[in-house]
Design a protein around this ligand. Structure first.
Ligand SMILES: [Zn+2]
Length: 242
């Protein structure tokens, strides 16, 4: 699997092109857009042709994870004239975003996912787990070719680190805060992300969704100390092989 970071700014866009949460996952013939945060669709087009997308996965209805699907809706409807692209999202997201779009027509084929659900998209097997975050929110495990990528989406410390079993090849974890200044317990600090990854025996840890004003070096140090090994910091256009 190949993971491309399209945006990773926590909660709002960072200066100098810091798009919000969005990732591109390429596995065999399958191309997934995982979260559609503001700014991520522009970056997606630097790495892939949107016409080649197999499906979209939206983890929850907070705008920094979903609003850029509006751009794909317009492109599919008026540019590509493509119908029924599969979109997997928790209950309520389709209706919520309809307020933004006006009317979906049939550009997307919406499928509701929740805790414990599984799906197969092309060459990728997915599992979903409800996280500790106020709107219905799912973490996602993506498996392909014997490798597993786990994306926490947004979560507080109450999410079960055993949700997908131990030993993920890459844990892509939110780390919104630093531990001495946790503003809201609906997100993780870098220390909590490192502790969670160590407990889940993840092989590698990538921190994402950092609050834009934080010193990222301090978050990396905090996360690495808790994980027990160096962590990777997500950055727009970073490409990683899982
Ligand atoms: Zn959120």
């Amino acid at each position: 699997m190949e993971l491309t970071v399209l945006g990773c700014s926590g909660s709002y866009g960072a200066p100098a092109g810091g798009a919000c949460s969005g990732y591109l996952v390429r596995a065999g013939e399958t191309l997934l857009w995982l979260d559609c945060g503001n700014g991520s669709f522009a970056n997606l087009q630097q790495h892939a042709d949107p016409a080649e997308l197999t499906a979209v996965v939206i983890t929850h209805g907070h705008p920094d994870h979903c609003v850029d699907i509006y751009g794909l809706h317009v492109l599919n409807k008026y540019g590509l004239e493509r119908d029924c692209l599969p979109v997997f999202a928790p209950a309520g997201v389709e209706k919520q975003l309809e307020g933004l779009v006006g009317e979906w027509t049939d550009t997307f084929d919406w499928m509701v996912v929740g805790d414990g659900d599984r799906a197969t998209i092309g060459d990728v097997a997915l599992r979903f787990s409800r996280t500790d975050h106020p709107p219905p929110t799912v973490a996602v495990e993506l498996a392909h070719g014997g490798k597993r990528l786990v994306y926490t989406s947004d979560t507080g410390p109450g999410w079960s680190r055993e949700a997908f079993g131990p030993g993920a090849d890459l844990l892509l974890s939110e780390a919104t805060y630093q531990h001495d200044d946790i503003r809201a317990p609906i997100h993780l600090s870098a220390r909590q992300a490192g502790e969670m990854a160590a407990a889940a025996r993840a092989r590698h840890l990538m921190l994402t969704h950092l609050w834009p004003t934080l010193d990222p070096v301090a978050s990396v140090e905090e996360g690495s100390e808790a994980f027990g090994r160096p962590v990777v910091l997500a950055a727009p256009h970073l490409v990683t092989h899982v």
